[in-house]
Design a protein around this ligand. Structure first.
Ligand SMILES: Cc1cc2nc3c(=O)[nH]c(=O)nc-3n(C[C@H](O)[C@H](O)[C@H](O)COP(=O)(O)OP(=O)(O)OC[C@H]3O[C@@H](n4cnc5c(N)ncnc54)[C@H](O)[C@@H]3O)c2cc1C
Length: 455
């Protein structure tokens, strides 16, 4: 390379370059890593060049989709980052019901492209999260009980393998690789394109939070458990235990108060949703009922401002079976002991179509769980460390006897190998075999790593 020549269509960003400090930052402000080179890709060939360059120089490789992983695995110290920040295109074919999504797209990009046709790729619950990492870990969100995991909607992926060769994996071509990328994360190669089956949804849904004060938490969570036991697939109800944030949609008198938010989203006929949600909205009565007909895209953006880029975050999670009284008591006792008003404990509501598909369908482990609970410390100053980290660990420990023993891989921070294996669950053995076939030297290890099986 000489003078102004560059080997890629995108940009090479090195420590001395303008923009390096911004480019190395990820969503979690507690992560502080300094890559040797960030390759801001414009096209697939850039990713291939980056990979070959890293291998030639024996450098570690990290892959950046939306940059949201709490563990900060999108960046690595001293290595090469294959950065897809500028590849955010989403192409929709409403006749074939197919979307082709570039690896840097965020969920907001995807919904903006699909919703004008009343379609979605069932994704996550925050619009600024990346499609790539979320899909490769499985993908849970408001519409999963009706339409399955995000990865259940995958039709194919284009992958650059460790030797920089290209393959397309689908049910019919490279089926083991296709199985593995649906839950096995970025362990197998660099995905340069995702092809999804589109599902009908919206554009209007019935959704929004119902707030109860924390002194009634145990009673509310028991009602929640009984109510969702009979929920139709169209309905997901999440529970968020926290100090009510000072956001526009929170009534002024409740801002800062400790609350249980039950958040239903009825992803089906709105009139039917009104009937189904009636008992949930009557119970209590609540301190505030903010359920309304709204655009799917508006509901998807509801949590965005509560989890901005640059704050410090620390997460731990479990899968839970249906809540027992004992588990409810632990949640009610611990969830409100956080000291930061931005920290929270969030229960996702699984089941429905997620649970109906056989475990062996994909590498995702956890279809049998009723909930994923994510205990999140968040502090506005960024930087590592906060007293709520100890709160997260203590609540996580207290929930161990009530949990399934598994956990969602995409909610894992920088944990030891025991928890990584627990996240892949019964899929780990087959994943290690597929890893040995496609990445025997473990080039892709800046992730929740699967160690290649010894042949
Ligand atoms: C605010 C917030 C909300 C969230 N909400 C949800 C939710 O509702 N549902 C849910 O399921 N998860 C959710 N998550 C977790 C989310 O799934 C993970 O953080 C996921 O890793 C984000 O994907 P990303 O592309 O932004 O991540 P990145 O940090 O860019 O990447 C994470 C890892 O994914 C792999 N990867 C990324 N791109 C590629 C690629 N092109 N090819 C190969 N490997 C790749 C790499 O191993 C990389 O280290 C949320 C996270 C945050 C921070």
């Amino acid at each position: 390379m000489t003078g102004t020549e560059t080997p890629v269509a995108g940009r090479l960003i090195r420590p001395a370059d303008a923009g390096y400090e911004d480019a190395r930052r990820v969503w979690n402000g507690a992560i502080d890593r300094r890559p040797a080179l960030i390759v801001r890709c414009r096209e697939r060939a850039d990713a291939e060049w980056a990979l070959r360059h890293a291998r030639r120089h024996g450098l570690p490789v990290a892959i950046r989709g939306g940059g949201h992983n709490v563990a900060g695995s999108a960046v690595c110290d001293g290595g090469v980052v294959i950065d897809f920040t500028e590849m955010r295109g989403v192409e929709v074919d409403p006749v074939r019901l197919v979307a082709r999504v570039q690896p840097g797209a965020l969920w907001g990009d995807c919904d903006r492209a699909t919703q004008p046709c009343g379609l979605v790729v069932p994704g996550g619950i925050v619009t600024h999260t990346g499609v790539a990492g979320l899909t490769l870990g499985g993908g849970i969100g408001w519409a999963m009980r009706r339409h399955g995991l995000t990865s259940d909607s995958l039709l194919s992926v284009d992958v650059v393998l460790a030797d920089a060769s290209r393959v397309r994996a689908s049910r019919d071509s490279e089926p083991d690789l296709f199985w593995a990328v649906q839950g096995g994360g970025g362990n197998f190669g660099v995905v340069t394109s995702f092809e999804f089956r589109l599902r009908p949804l919206g554009p209007e849904v019935l959704a929004g939070p119902i707030l109860h004060r924390a002194d009634r938490a145990a009673e509310v969570l028991r009602f929640y458990r009984d109510f969702i036991a009979g929920a139709p697939d169209e309905l997901a109800v999440y529970a968020n235990l926290r100090a009510a944030p000072a956001l526009d949609w929170v009534p002024e008198e409740l801002r800062g108060a400790r609350v249980v938010m039950l958040i239903p989203c009825y992803a089906g006929d709105v009139e039917a949703g009104e009937r189904v949600l009636r008992p949930l909205r009557r119970f209590g009565p609540p301190a505030a009922d903010l359920v309304e007909r709204k655009q799917w895209t508006a509901h998807q953006g509801m949590f965005d401002a509560g989890v901005p880029h640059g704050w410090g975050y620390y997460w731990k999670s479990h899968y839970l079976p249906p809540l027992t009284d004992a588990c409810v008591d632990v949640l009610a006792e611990w969830a409100f002991q956080a000291t930061s008003p931005a920290s929270y404990t969030l229960l996702f509501h699984l089941g429905g179509e997620v649970a109906r598909r056989p475990e062996a369908t994909s590498a995702f482990s956890g279809r049998g769980a009723a909930h994923a609970v994510n205990i999140n410390a968040a502090w506005t100053e960024g930087g590592p460390g906060h007293p709520d980290v100890a709160w997260v660990r203590a609540q996580w420990d207290a929930l161990v006897p009530h949990a399934t023993g598994g956990l969602y891989v995409n909610f894992l921070g920088n944990e030891d190998e025991t928890l990584v294996r627990a996240a892949y669950g019964s899929s780990y053995g087959r994943l290690a075999e597929v890893k040995a076939r496609y990445d025997p030297e473990n080039v892709f290890r800046a992730n929740q790593n699967i160690v290649p099986a010894v042949r």
